[in-house]
Design a protein around this ligand. Structure first.
Ligand code: NAG
Ligand code: NAG
Ligand code: NAG
Ligand code: NAG
Ligand code: NAG
Length: 177
C-alpha cells in the first residue's frame, strides 16, 4: 500500500511540473541563509506571503514527521511553534496539493480554511501522523489566503503545488547567485 501511495505522490509532482503549476519544495531557502534550522520563509518567496511558516532540514530530527513528510531535497516547511500559519497573496491563486505529516504527535488535526477577500470559501480538516505521510489534495481555486491551525503542535509540509502565481519569484538576494 505504501508503495502505491508513494507512486501516486510521484505522479502528482510530475503532473504539477508538467502542466505549468508551481511546485514549491522549500529547498532553495537554506542556501540563501547558510543555515539549516528554523529559517522563517521570507515574504515574496514564490510570490507569496508567508505568515509563521518556517523551514528546517528534515534530517536534523531523524525519527520525526519532518523526515516522513520530506519528498524533495532536504528541507520541509512547518508552523513555527505549532501555532497557526497562513500562506497568502494579493493575487488570487489556486492551491492544488501538498504532502503533510505531524512532526511529533499522532492524530494531529489540521484545519485548513481558504479565503477570498476575507470571505471563507473552503474548509477541510485532515488528521496527520508521525510515520505516515498524507497527500492533501485541496484544488481550492481563487483564494488569496489559506490558514492552517493544528491541534497537536507542529505539522510538516513539502512539495506544495500551486497555480495562478507568477512562476518562481526571485528574491533580491538570489539575483547574484
Ligand atoms: C496540475 O497538476 C496538478 C497535479 O496533478 C493538479 O493538482 C493541478 O490541478 C493541475 N493544474 C492544472 C492547471 O491542470
Ligand atoms: C544547496 O546546497 C547544497 C550543498 O552545497 C547542494 O547540494 C544543494 O543542491 C543546494 N540546493 C539548491 C536548491 O541549490
Ligand atoms: C553563505 O556562504 C557563502 C560561502 O561562504 C557566502 O559567500 C555567502 O555570502 C553566504 N550567504 C549569506 C546569506 O550569509
Ligand atoms: C490567517 O488568516 C486568518 C483569516 O484572515 C486570520 O484571522 C489570522 O489572523 C491569520 N493568521 C496568521 C498567522 O497570519
Ligand atoms: C484523535 O483526535 C480526535 C479529535 O481531537 C479525538 O476525538 C480522538 O479521540 C483522537 N483519537 C485518538 C486515537 O487519539
Amino acid at each position: 500500500m505504501e508503495d502505491i501511495h508513494l507512486l501516486m505522490m510521484f505522479f502528482v509532482f510530475v503532473g504539477c511540473l508538467a502542466n505549468g503549476s508551481t511546485l514549491i519544495t522549500f529547498d532553495d531557502i537554506d542556501n540563501l541563509t547558510n543555515s539549516s534550522y528554523n529559517i522563517q520563509i521570507p515574504n515574496g518567496y514564490s510570490n507569496l506571503q508567508w505568515s509563521n511558516v518556517y523551514i528546517l532540514q528534515a534530517s536534523l530530527y531523524p525519527s520525526s514527521g519532518y523526515v516522513t513528510a520530506l519528498t524533495s531535497g532536504q528541507d520541509v516547511a512547518f508552523n513555527w511553534y505549532g501555532r497557526p500559519m497562513n500562506i497568502s497573496s494579493s493575487i488570487l491563486f489556486t492551491i492544488n496539493s501538498f504532502i503533510a505529516a505531524s512532526a511529533w504527535y499522532d492524530n494531529n488535526t489540521v484545519i485548513m480554511q481558504g479565503y477570498q477577500s476575507g470571505t471563507l470559501l473552503y474548509s477541510q480538516t485532515v488528521t496527520l501522523y508521525i510515520k505516515t505521510s498524507l497527500l492533501v489534495q485541496l484544488n481550492w481555486i481563487n483564494i488569496d489566503n489559506i490558514a492552517f491551525t493544528s491541534s497537536a503542535q507542529w505539522f510538516v509540509m513539502d512539495n506544495l503545488c500551486i497555480n495562478g502565481i507568477a512562476s518562481k519569484y526571485i528574491l533580491a538576494s538570489e539575483q547574484h547567485v
